[in-house]
Design a protein around this ligand. Sequence first.
Ligand SMILES: Nc1ncnc2c1ncn2[C@@H]1O[C@H](COP(=O)(O)OP(=O)(O)O)[C@@H](O)[C@H]1O
Ligand SMILES: [Mg+2]
Length: 261
Amino acid sequence: MVTGHGAQIIAMAGKGGTGKTTLTALLIKYLVESGRTPVLAVDADANANLNELLGLEVDITLGEIRERMKTETPQGMTKNEFMELHINQAVIEAKGFDLLVMGQPEGPGCYCMANSILAQVMEKLARNYRYLLVDNEAGMEHLSRLNLRKIHTLFVVSDPSARGVLTAARIADLTKSLQVDVRQKVLVVNRVPVEVPAALDKHVHEAIENTDLEFGGYLPASDEIFEKEMAQESLLDLPIDTPAVKNAFAIFERFLGGDGS
Ligand SMILES: Nc1ncnc2c1ncn2[C@@H]1O[C@H](COP(=O)(O)OP(=O)(O)O)[C@@H](O)[C@H]1O
Ligand SMILES: [Mg+2]
């Protein structure tokens, strides 16, 4: 299991399209630019796209290696050894951080063994990093698939709507049944208008009162992010005085700044 020997684990949660991958990219930018490296980012979304926001190409995913392990492990080699040997192929090296793409989950059937091997190999790999960031898809299945037991910070991302905030609160509650020890859960409400409506603020504060979520802050709807997305350029190149980047960095500073364990 990934207990984070060395690596502090930070994970994303939230409905699809709320901004988890965007926030992950900004978090990588923050950690790299503040010299808190090395960072391993894990794209745990079956429809992986974190690499695109970072301007990186993916050669092979962990899922593909796991498939190869089933048929291509040579005699005299254990499946663990095969995975370990090939996992390095799947690690994309960039400036100050590495990226690992999990790819498609397996089809129906028992995949307990493949996943337990994956978790073991991941645990070993994680020891080489200061931070392990997990960009999830909407569900939380990957957290259990990776067998993450100890998460330092779970960012729960919401859109700026009443129901969005309620969903975020529900997601925060769901993690309780996952048997993961989450040290802090931080709500980030993304794509808000310049003037945050009082009604939204009220919903946010209700959610904070009724759950163990802490309020991280608001991120504005950002023309700069929109333009980068349209031009298919890396979010890592956004100037740090971009309002959305500034807000995100302030949240990271507050919740990760202490750099505790
Ligand atoms: N603050 C923002 N301002 C403008 N566009 C944003 C912002 N946050 C996210 N987006 C855009 O919203 C879409 C969904 O964001 P994404 O991070 O992929 O969400 P998720 O990973 O939760 O599905 C993307 O096109 C992204 O560029
Ligand atoms: Mg995403």
